[in-house]
Design a protein around this ligand. Structure first.
Ligand code: G3H
Ligand code: ZN
Length: 286
């Protein structure tokens, strides 16, 4: 059941668990994510990026996703969110396409520019009851760069700035930097937990951790105890997809029906999402 993302996150925050926000790339990944949500009775968020919209066609992927939610979710609360929207225009487009959440990522802009862009999106989105996630601090994409040369301080969220930012923009949730990074094992081994506690103390809205594909259960539990309500996952699902595909399609591949391959891919996505649901504590919270 398509459900307000603000409501999904607020319930998680009040209930002391987190929900996953899982990026999809096509029909089968969307179905795999939904199958996991339904089987474990877990609320969750499905996410679409600008690059997925470019790849699949914005209207096409939005309609497919909305249909899958309608057909499969039953009474399980599901949100559909734009992930890392960079402009007011893309946020507006996604709202028109029926997303009930948008992330506006102004984290590479100056504090003032990020604040102004976020505020503009919040004003537009709230008129239409759409939830807005903002980002302050930076969750970096470090690629192949030498981690020993990374100055993590440059990426961390400043707690006092976060307070001012949330107050001024009215954002519904905030993606923060506490040593997390996008991609697989490209982040600080130990997060800045004191910083998380300070941020939590200063702002009351749900906190989101991006780049959490590689977070193991122990770290997830610590973050949830520290007040994190949502974890974004992309790379881990991509890997489950590609590994399953590669295993089934080597040189001697005898499969002649692509549906057999995509069925296995869909099940691999479902299995991965179920693992995350259990780590976040969102099973049976629907
Ligand atoms: O916005 C998406 C997430 O932050 C995903 O990060 O690819 O490291 O899982 P990840
Ligand atoms: Zn992200």
């Amino acid at each position: 059941m398509l459900t307000s993302i603000k409501e999904i996150l607020t319930k998680a925050q009040e209930g002391g668990y987190a929900v996953g926000a899982f990026n999809l790339s096509n029909m089968e990944t969307a179905q795999g994510i939904l199958m996991a949500a339904v089987e474990r009775r877990s609320p969750l968020i499905v996410q679409i990026t600008e690059s997925t919209m470019k790849f699949a066609g914005a209207k096409e992927i939005a309609e497919i996703t909305r249909t899958i939610i309608k057909e499969r979710s039953g009474d399980i609360p599901i949100g559909i969110n734009l992930d890392h929207g960079k402009t007011f225009e893309v946020a507006m487009r996604c709202i028109d396409l029926g997303f009930n959440g948008v992330m506006i990522d102004g984290s590479r802009l100056s504090f003032e520019e990020n604040l102004n862009l976020t505020k503009r999106v919040v004003d537009y989105a709230h008129e239409k009851q759409v939830t807005v996630q903002a980002e302050l601090g930076v969750v970096p994409y470090l690629g192949e760069s030498d981690l020993s040369e990374v100055n993590w301080k440059d990426f961390m969220t400043d707690p006092e700035q976060a307070r001012q930012f949330v107050e001024a923009t009215g954002a519904d949730s905030l993606a923060i930097g506490i040593g997390n990074a996008h991609g697989f094992f490209r982040e600080l081994e130990n997060c800045d937990w004191d910083r998380l506690a300070e941020i939590r103390e200063k702002i009351k809205i749900p906190l989101v951790i991006h780049g959490s594909s590689d977070w193991l259960e122990e770290k997830i539990i610590k973050a949830v105890e520290g007040g994190v309500s949502c974890f974004n996952v992309d790379t881990d699902l991509r890997l489950a997809f590609v590994h399953t595909l590669c295993q089934l399609t080597d040189d001697k591949c005898a499969i002649t029906d692509p549906r057999n391959i995509m069925d296995a891919v869909r099940n691999a996505i479902k299995k991965k999402v179920i693992e995350k649901i259990h780590a976040y504590g969102s099973a049976n919270k629907a």
